[in-house]
Design a protein around this ligand. Structure first.
Ligand code: NAP
Length: 256
């Protein structure tokens, strides 16, 4: 199956977790995939394992909170593959797990700089390239916590709410230019981010995993591929009438 044949995709935070699954499924579906991340070794190894399978992928170091690095990396992608038609704004951090009244400005800003400003910088520099290509699909990773609240990590939840509405604004701004923008809202997916987050709760890790699984009506957490397949759909022409929408993939978490 080559649902993404001819597409050129950049996936931020593509070295591990949801990003790595997305990179893999997109490459398997025929896209040329650029992995942009700060985890250089994991990203390079992933690109190498895909190219050894005859798929098209390469790694570039890129901190999404640094505008110069973003614009240079996206230019390199176009130089290498000829265009840019898909951007997955996936890089994100969960930040400090403290109640609002204990958070410092620095802790707040660190999360906004990656999760919100990073999406802004990548979108800002991808749009002219997509205009040149005559088509584009931008997929922004929000969260269930861009839809509902939770009594922890205030800066993270604020950032994911922002990403949800940035997606709708950009969907409207660029709809007539054949550039679609959608948000994806995962429930808990077992990745390095979730493992790191659960370790901050101070609970035994296995007990915390079980409690997190039980938050989902299906009774378990998701896996990175559950999200990657949704992203493949939004990147493909199968979703050509879909823009400004919210794809919720959460095992029923927000169905209550
Ligand atoms: P992850 O396992 O932590 O992977 C994220 C990747 O992004 C890491 O390689 C990370 O590198 C990289 N990254 C962080 N800051 C970056 C920056 N400034 N520039 C470039 N790359 C950067 O995360 P994940 O769980 O796969 O989550 C991926 C996305 O889905 C995030 O936006 C997250 O908020 C969202 N999401 C995840 C879940 C979930 O349950 N996992 C649920 C809802 C939404 P370092 O580790 O070196 O920083």
């Amino acid at each position: 199956m080559e649902r993404l044949k001819g597409k050129v995709a950049a996936v931020t935070g593509g070295s591990v977790g949801i990003g790595a699954a997305t990179v893999t499924r997109m490459a398997e579906q025929g896209a040329a995939v650029a992995i942009l991340d700060c985890k250089d070794q994991e990203g390079q190894e992933l690109a190498q394992s895909l190219t050894e399978r005859g798929l098209i992928a390469a790694y570039w170091h890129c901190d999404v909170s640094n505008e110069k690095q973003v614009s240079e990396a996206l230019d390199k992608v176009v130089e290498t593959y000829g265009s840019l038609t898909v951007l997955v704004n996936n890089a994100g951090i969960s930040g400090t797990n403290k109640p609002t009244h204990e958070l410092t400005e620095e802790e707040w800003d660190r999360v906004q700089n990656v999760n919100v400003k990073g999406v802004f910088f990548c979108t800002k520099h991808a749009i002219p390239l997509m205009k040149k290509a005559g088509a584009g699909s931008i997929i922004n990773l929000s969260s269930i916590y861009g839809l509902v609240g939770a009594p922890d990590t205030p800066s993270y939840h604020a950032s994911k709410g922002a990403v949800r509405l940035m997606s709708k604004t950009d969907a409207m701004l660029y709809a007539t230019e054949n550039i679609r923008v959608n948000s994806v809202h995962p429930g808990f997916i077992w990745t390095p981010m979730v493992e790191g987050h659960l370790k901050t709760t101070g609970q035994d890790l296995e007990a915390a995993k079980q409690a997190t699984a039980e938050l989902h009506p299906v009774g378990h957490m998701g896996e990175p591929d559950d999200i990657a397949w949704g992203i493949v759909y939004l990147a493909s022409d199968e979703s050509k009438f879909v823009t400004g929408s919210e794809l919720v993939i959460d095992g029923g978490y927000t169905a209550r």
